[in-house]
Design a protein around this ligand. Structure first.
Ligand code: HEM
Length: 285
């Protein structure tokens, strides 16, 4: 229950930690994908936030407008209903939390529960209505390369180093033919956040996959891993590659810079009233 202060309902850090704990409990599920809903929950938090446009100050996680068509129907959001439906049970149990706070908090929980760094998080997002839905095309298109990545992420206010740090989330999860059309995981441990994505980008040999699906790469030695054209752009482009090399060598550095960029991604465009951030206890602490 949220605590009452001065007659106003003010949820405390403990109230949010309870939400965290309930999300953590839901994530592991052996019947789903690689045994965890964590990756798709991270993708929900990212797609809710990555619509931000710094010039018009529209989009971003505030509003949780992906609840509504047309945004829920945008091609980039295919498959995210799974994550939204999963979190519906948490919203029922803790009706005081906004969807927009819930989705971003759940993404933080997923990162931490999959062995990633602590992501300081603060509440304050308010749910909007359908009129705040963003136009299609604000999220990256995986068939493209460095020029497109820069256009999309610079629009959110990120730089080259942050683009590479955020992309390390592809250590997690997989592509689904019935969602994006692409197929397969990026790493051998898709439910653990590590710097393996960068190591594999540099150390494996990658070749175009021969199939009828969209153009993607596969590792030559096992043919069980994949890279998108946008992933390969990080080693083709000299500026991006510098950071791939930094993170491949140093997992702690990756965790620090990922935590910083991901924390800010989840806050883009949110008019917070409070500065204080919460660092949630992980279930393994
Ligand atoms: C999955 C594209 C950046 C997190 C995917 C998928 C695509 C994609 C095509 C597969 C979706 C599916 O078929 O299920 C891209 C592109 C990016 C990008 C083009 C540009 C750099 C990011 C960022 C994050 C992220 C910044 C988070 C910080 C994820 C996760 C999955 C995923 C966790 C796995 C989802 C699952 O297993 O269901 N991405 N992504 N991606 N993406 Fe990205």
């Amino acid at each position: 229950q949220a605590s009452k202060t001065g007659g106003v309902l003010t949820p405390t850090k403990d109230d949010f930690q309870k939400v965290y704990n309930d999300v953590a409990e839901l994530l592991e599920n052996n019947d789903y994908d690689d045994g965890s809903y964590g990756p798709v929950v991270v993708r929900l938090g990212w797609h809710a936030s990555g619509t931000y446009d710094k010039d018009t100050k529209t989009g971003g996680s505030n509003g949780a407008t992906m609840r509504f068509a047309p945004e829920s129907e945008h091609g980039a959001n295919a498959g995210l209903k799974t994550a939204r439906d999963l979190l519906e049970g948490i919203k029922k149990k803790h009706p005081w939390i906004s969807y927009s706070d819930l989705w971003t908090l759940a993404a933080v929980a997923a990162i931490q529960e999959m062995g990633g760094p602590k992501i300081p998080w603060r509440p304050g997002r308010k749910d909007g209505d359908v009129s705040a839905c963003t136009p299609d095309g604000r999220l990256p298109d995986a068939t493209k390369e460095q020029k497109h990545l820069r256009a999309i992420f610079y629009r959110m206010g990120f730089n080259d180093q942050e683009i590479v740090a955020l992309s390390g989330a592809h250590a997690l999860g997989r592509c689904h033919t019935d969602r994006s059309g692409f197929d397969g995981p990026w790493t051998f441990s898709p439910t653990m956040l590590t710097n393996d994505y960068y190591k594999l980008l540099l150390e494996e040999k990658w070749a175009w996959k021969k199939w009828n699906g969209p153009k993607q790469f596969e590792d030559v030695s096992t043919k069980s891993l994949m890279m998108l054209p946008t992933d390969m752009a990080l080693v083709k482009d000299k500026e991006f590659r510098k950071h791939v090399e930094r993170y491949a060598k140093d997992n702690d550095l990756f965790f620090r810079e990922f935590a910083d960029a991901f924390g800010r991604l989840l806050e883009l465009g949110v008019p917070f009233e409070k500065e204080e951030k919460f660092v949630f206890k992980s279930t393994t602490d």
